[in-house]
Design a protein around this ligand. Sequence first.
Ligand SMILES: [Zn+2]
Length: 372
Amino acid sequence: MSKPRPRRAARSSGGGDVHELGGARVGPGERADVNVLVSQRTSGAPVYVPAHVWRGAAPGPTLLVTGTLHGDEINGAGIVRRIIDEPRFELLAGTLVLVPVINVLGFERNSRYMPDRRDLNRAFPGSASGSLTARYAHALFHEFLLNSDCCIDLHSAASLRTNYPNVRVDLTNSEASALAVSFGCELVIDGEGPDGSFRKSACAAGVPTMILEAGEVSKIEPSVEETGARGVRNALIHLKMTEGEPVKPPYQALIHKTVWVRASNGGVLRFHAGPGDVVDQGQPLATNTDLLGRPLNVIESPAAGVLLGMTTLPAVAPGDPVAHLAIPDGGVEWIRKALKKARTKDGHAHHEIVREHLSTNVVVDEWEEGPE
Ligand SMILES: [Zn+2]
């Protein structure tokens, strides 16, 4: 059952009207670069968020795509840049608003946080009279979000971790879920997001929103760019803003349960599995060794699942996260079968490339049982 949600009239667009953003007026069939004033620096200099507004000729919804809400998660900036540079679709209807870097103040310092040390993604919907971060959030919410009908917000894993590309959405929100499913990642993680997050506040305001979580901070990773660009095109097909065949994933699992696997000793890890791998219960994920390389213990998977995220820092203290495991409802055998089928059909498929690329940061050794 879907929860009752506030309904907003579509703000947009297409047809004979104009889309207004940051003082610019963009007509049907037009494209424009726009700078939106959202804040001020300590020096008094204005802070603008650059955006690209792209209109189809026909009426339709407004899709907002935002990157780098956490200022060091620049994979989102890479995805948006690729969509602007090399679009693989013709925008036929509605309005696509592309924002590579929405947290300009965090981005300039390669920091997750705002200059007042707050997390922008816990400050929505913001306040016009609050802290720097609250005011910045308020400006974004009013300038960008409330002028949109739905939103895709692009994130990466937090510092020193990597995420196999996955989307996160409140599965009780039917429109947001349909958007997230259409994006075409293998893993769709259920959850409404933390209080104050952009997506939770956006959904509460009647703008269905999903997030992508992919790759690492401080990097623009080609396979993540590719995943994001495909996903946005898939979403545009779903929203009937363009035409074409969506790129389907080899499997798609709705995930209601995830678990962090943690180190029990201080030491240095040797990994036996990487992001995106399908693992069985009890399968060795990493061997924790002392500084001389002597094995301390083998960290095993607590359940059958798919590795959603991994640490990229192999030096761990007790309790540090090693891996984030997605646990599908129906086990993993159907996933293995689907992957095998996709491998025979597509040769070297995109999901294999993503797994390999992300694993370059996580050196995976075969697990060999040592002496007792
Ligand atoms: Zn983030």
